[in-house]
Design a protein around this ligand. Structure first.
Ligand SMILES: NC(=O)c1ccc[n+]([C@@H]2O[C@H](COP(=O)([O-])OP(=O)(O)OC[C@H]3O[C@@H](n4cnc5c(N)ncnc54)[C@H](O)[C@@H]3O)[C@@H](O)[C@H]2O)c1
Length: 338
């Protein structure tokens, strides 16, 4: 590529250069680098489009010493998209930069990378925090992030034999089960519409819904359970039901949980109390590098919240970029016409 040119990669092209196992390994590596302090990764910035449109657009930039990689993911979350427009709820675009000059070098689909790395984070949380030998998994919110979370947890927790799909929308639930049965014929799949029973009877639960109110606080977690939240309005009540609360990125997580939680509480006319650093037991990256202890006994109830870290996206995007360049894939566009 000449100076001033960028590589453009569509979703199908991105899919040729990354798979689930690689996304899992790269995501874990990026979380490790984040924990070691080898990254510049500010909190994500949220652009709400409410009340004019039902969605928000997040900006997530980062730089990693590993691979000398800089980039930004812009990710939209529009909950009405599947029903109203047949589009995904979560849509990503990734721009990679040459960190030496600040010139963009690639623009690619970030939807697939978002789905894979979000699932990967669930798999990693399960690997480090769930009870060894866990056999059952419940996915609350049987949508896109819920499915990739299941796929990745099946990779990291090989003893899982039973998967329960929980969704308010029976069609989403049935689609999830049908797709799961086809991909994993040895796993027993079933469906429910109320997560509270599963909280008592399942080893690992993932909350990945588009609900605009807290769900978890209405249940009662059983001993030894691990709850991983991809998307859930965490409250003091829900956090207080667990022995330990781990997060991916403490500063960003508190901003997101407090802002989202307060907005939802105000809309419902209920009181809100901010979550604070002292509620958090540690970051998952510190558990991975051995700086913080994770689960220390089988009966502990563990909550693991993930709001997403930019480096998870950027590490995957850089790997896709390198492979696509070597293969001559994608479209090279004149950007600056130098
Ligand atoms: N933590 C992260 O890094 C991260 C990354 C990407 C997306 N997200 C979040 O994940 C959420 C889900 O994204 P998605 O792309 O999977 O969306 P999706 O629309 O594909 O799935 C959401 C599912 O939740 C279900 N649902 C809504 N309310 C429910 C309820 N009360 N009980 C049970 N199910 C309910 C919906 O029917 C739908 O099937 C988004 O809101 C997004 O903000 C988080």
């Amino acid at each position: 590529m000449k100076q001033g040119q960028v590589l453009f990669l569509s979703r199908n092209e991105v899919a040729r250069y990354i798979d689930g196992q690689e996304a899992l390994e790269l995501t874990e590596k990026s979380i490790e680098e984040f924990a070691l302090g080898n990254t510049n990764n500010p909190s994500k910035l949220i652009l709400p489009c409410f009340p004019y449109h039902n969605g928000h657009i997040n900006s997530m930039p980062s730089y990693m010493k590993y691979g000398d990689t800089a980039g930004v993911k812009v990710v939209s979350v529009y909950n009405d998209n599947p029903k109203k427009y047949g589009l995904p709820t979560t849509i990503g675009t990734i721009i990679l930069y040459d960190p030496e000059t600040g010139m963009p070098k690639a623009i690619m689909d970030g939807t697939l990378i978002t789905d894979l790395r979000t699932g990967a984070v669930s798999g990693i949380n399960a690997k480090y925090l769930a009870r060894k030998g866990s056999t059952s998994l419940c996915i609350v919110g049987a949508g896109v992030q819920g499915y990739t979370s299941m796929e990745m947890i099946l990779r990291t927790m090989p003893d899982i034999r039973r998967v329960i799909a929980c969704d308010l929308a029976s069609q989403r639930r049935e689609e999830f089960i049908a797709k799961g049965r086809q991909a994993y014929p040895d796993i027993e799949f079933s469906g429910i519409d109320d997560h509270t029973r599963a909280l008592q009877e399942t080893d690992i639960l993932v909350y990945a819904t588009s609900a605009d109110r807290p769900l978890l606080e209405n249940g009662k977690p059983g001993p030894g359970v691990t709850v991983i939240t991809v998307c859930e309005l965490l409250t003091r009540k829900s956090v207080g039901m667990f022995d330990h609360w781990f997060v991916d990125f403490a500063e960003c997580a508190l901003e997101r949980y407090n802002e989202g939680g307060k907005d939802s509480a105000d809309a419902r006319g209920v009181a809100w109390e901010d979550l604070t650093m002292s509620d958090i037991a540690g970051e998952i990256g510190d558990v991975i590098i051995g700086k913080t202890a994770g689960r220390v006994s089988d009966d502990q109830k563990i909550l693991a919240g993930a709001v997403g870290i930019s480096v998870e996206d950027i590490i995957c995007a850089e790997s896709v970029f390198q492979k696509a360049m070597a293969d001559g894939a994608g479209k090279i566009l004149d950007f600056q016409d130098l």
